[in-house]
Design a protein around this ligand. Structure first.
Ligand code: ZN
Length: 488
């Protein structure tokens, strides 16, 4: 009896200790948000909005099939840059790569300091012919209707390109000169890999030995109502991007007539392999960028979410489970598996000799292409299937620090222009041109100053891409602050 009581007390006091530990961690979790002084609202002219509209009207489409590349539109964009930004055109060094990508260099008063590089891309994805009827305004009309600008590229990524140029032009008009050199790198083929644009510009900078203090490209954005447990807007600044590898699986077996099928056909073998890959997903994990996400958002959350985030070690299984529930959350916590092509057979009564499939994996920070290949071979475990890399593959980027000057400059600029917005590091699940610049800086961030909501998230690369003129104005203001805040 006495022994039981001792045991009970021990368990109870251990439990009390655990609760105390959890609570202490929860209360210790302090806000990472910067408090900033209010900045004056800079007037953005209607002419700027008009220039933005003109940029949308130039159909700089990166087509799937390169033979459909319409160089005339890109020539027009070159002309547009020259005509619309005369100060930048005459006062900044300007190099053109592969005819249509632009690298500007704004010389600072202290050129020996490490420069900053702002990146964007002027190409857009095509508008699918069959979807034209769903567009409420013509995709390349650049119409402004009730303070909303419509068109392909208004979010991805012409707001980034035009936004920075407007900021630079405005500062040049005020005779402003930055301390550090400011580079602006505008690629023209981001949507199809960036080899002629970003890659060429990166090679040039590497050859010149340029090491940047920080680099900022598109990637994260300001989300509204997208993060469970957060009522405030959250600005997600990508500190890393996932890698990508496509793996082609091929099997060749004896074919024959469908009236006498063998035990296993090529289709059988390959479907089994795909099914095995889907039912053996990569391990869920809290990678470095998501750790940062937890650190920055935890303190801003309601008590129970905060408690889980403050004790992420203890609550990890619960946190991972909740992320797994949605496809967007799932993409943040593991290398994802997506079969994208499956080919076999030509006729209804012939058993095909071969079957071929492609599976695309998006690789989490800290893992590698090799780990994916090993996993695939392990799971499939069938010598009849050949496994090889195909397509355009890239390793996950390194993870940039949230302690670095660049992150702070971005954080501060967001706080100044979007008061009340919570800033957090993030993992970008798609690929950006920034990956070509990996060697040029330790601190690469991915952020575009636009608001993403549940209703507009499908519009870029989709239909009815549009943005409010207010948001465009704020984007210009954000870039002005960022350039100023990078002076140190
Ligand atoms: Zn983009």
């Amino acid at each position: 009896m006495k022994k039981n009581r001792v045991l009970l007390y021990t368990v109870l006091s251990l439990f009390a200790l655990l609760i105390a530990y959890i609570l202490i961690n929860t209360f210790k979790l302090s806000s990472k948000q910067l408090s900033v002084a209010k900045v004056d609202k800079i007037e953005i002219s209607d002419m700027a909005i008009d220039r933005f509209s003109q940029a949308i009207q130039i159909q700089t489409v990166s087509p799937e099939d390169i033979s459909n590349f319409d160089s005339l539109q890109f020539v027009r964009f070159n002309q547009y840059l020259k005509n619309s930004y005369p100060l930048a055109d005459s006062l900044l060094d300007h190099l053109v790569f592969n005819k249509f990508s632009h690298l500007y260099r704004w010389k600072g008063t202290q050129s020996q300091e490490k420069p900053i590089i702002l990146m964007g891309h002027l190409d857009v994805v095509p508008v699918i012919e069959g979807n034209l009827k769903y567009w409420k305004q013509p995709p390349f009309g650049g119409q402004i209707i009730r303070d909303t600008l419509w068109g392909r590229g208004s979010i991805d990524d012409k707001i980034g390109v035009v936004g920075v140029l407007e900021a630079i032009e405005l500062l040049l008009a005020q005779n402003y000169q930055p301390n550090r050199d400011v580079y602006l790198a505008i690629g023209h083929d981001e949507e199809i890999g960036g080899n002629l644009g970003a890659r060429a510009m990166a090679n040039y900078l590497i050859e010149k030995g340029v090491q940047a203090e920080f680099i900022m490209d598109e990637g994260g954005s300001i989300t509204q109502g997208m993060i469970p447990g957060m009522d405030q807007d959250v600005a997600l600044v990508g500190v890393a991007e996932k890698g990508s590898v496509s793996i082609e699986l091929t099997v060749e077996l004896e074919g024959g007539h469908s009236s006498m099928p063998g035990k296993e056909t090529a289709i059988d073998v390959l479907s089994k392999a795909i099914s095995a890959l889907k039912s053996n997903p990569f391990k869920a994990q809290i990678s470095k960028p998501i750790e940062g996400f937890i650190e920055y958002l935890g303190p801003e959350m309601p008590f129970f979410n905060k408690m889980a985030f403050a004790n992420s070690g203890l609550f990890e299984p619960m946190i991972l489970k909740s992320y797994e529930a949605s496809s967007s959350g799932n993409a943040l916590i593991r290398t994802t598996t997506a079969p994208t092509i499956f080919n076999s057979g030509v006729k209804d009564n012939i058993i095909p000799l071969s079957a071929r499939a492609t599976v695309n994996f998006r690789i989490i920070s800290g893992s590698s292409i090799q780990e994916v290949i090993d996993h695939v071979k392990n799971v499939i475990d069938d010598e009849r299937i050949s496994v090889k890399e195909s397509g355009f593959n890239t390793e996950p980027s390194k993870v940039s620090s949230t302690e670095a000057f660049g992150f702070e400059a971005i954080h501060k600029s967001i706080a100044e222009i979007y008061p009340g917005t919570i800033v957090s590091p993030y993992l970008v699940v798609g690929a950006t041109d920034a990956r070509h610049f990996n060697e040029i800086s330790e601190n690469i961030y991915r952020f575009l100053p636009v608001r993403i909501t549940k209703s507009n998230i499908k519009s870029f690369h989709g239909i009815n891409e549009r943005i409010s003129t207010d948001e465009f104005e704020n984007a210009v203001r954000f870039y002005i602050q960022l350039i100023k805040n990078s002076d140190q």
